[in-house]
Design a protein around this ligand. Sequence first.
Ligand code: E4P
Length: 237
Amino acid sequence: MEFFLDTASLEEIREAAKWGVVSGVTTNPTLMAREGDVEFSEIIKEICDIIDGPISAEVVSVKAEDMIEEARPISKWHPNVVVKIPMTPDGLQAIKVLSSEGIKINTTLIFTANQALLAAQAGAYIVSPFVGRLDDISEDGMQVIRDTVQIFNNYGITTKVLAASIRHPRHITEAAKAGAHIATMPLSVLKQAMKHPLTDIGLERFLKDWEKYRQAQGTKESAGGKTAGRARGAVRT
Ligand code: E4P
């Protein structure tokens, strides 16, 4: 499963890019608005320069013909741009037209497997069920991912299933177990997924034990008249 970052913050994207595990970015109007007074196209182009993978940029029109007019120029900002279209009847109409023109579409605001199947039939490249927002209203968001993956597998549908609205590391594991192709998450969740207290405790202990060993070696060597410390690679076990 691929890791995407769910943000429009260049600072966050640059930080995560260093780890070499992020292969795409998703943005939405809320995330863009959080960045303040910035040019939408410029931010998306800059993101494309940092991450070499699918970068989702969302339309804000609601009527099919307006979405189509808005999506065409967005798709030309960079070859990696994927246009996000909301899962509405007008959205489906727009997906059908745009995908037939070769424009890659990420269908957003999906909350049922039926919506995912419909978006795939219209020609979507990615479908994005929102796991966390379903959990927020006491539904099982991950079940939509499981059902969608199973249905797509049943029919050999090649549309990618992207687990969106990821709230915590357990969602990442569950999405991967369900067979999602991608999970998109805030930087905070990606950071949480890397951490474990036993990793930190273990590392601290290794370094402490190594330091004790080095000090003991130094004492032994100076007692025997040798002063040169032994290189780490030469240690006998
Ligand atoms: C996905 O592409 C959306 O931008 C995102 O995952 C929404 O997540 P939220 O429910 O945390 O806003």
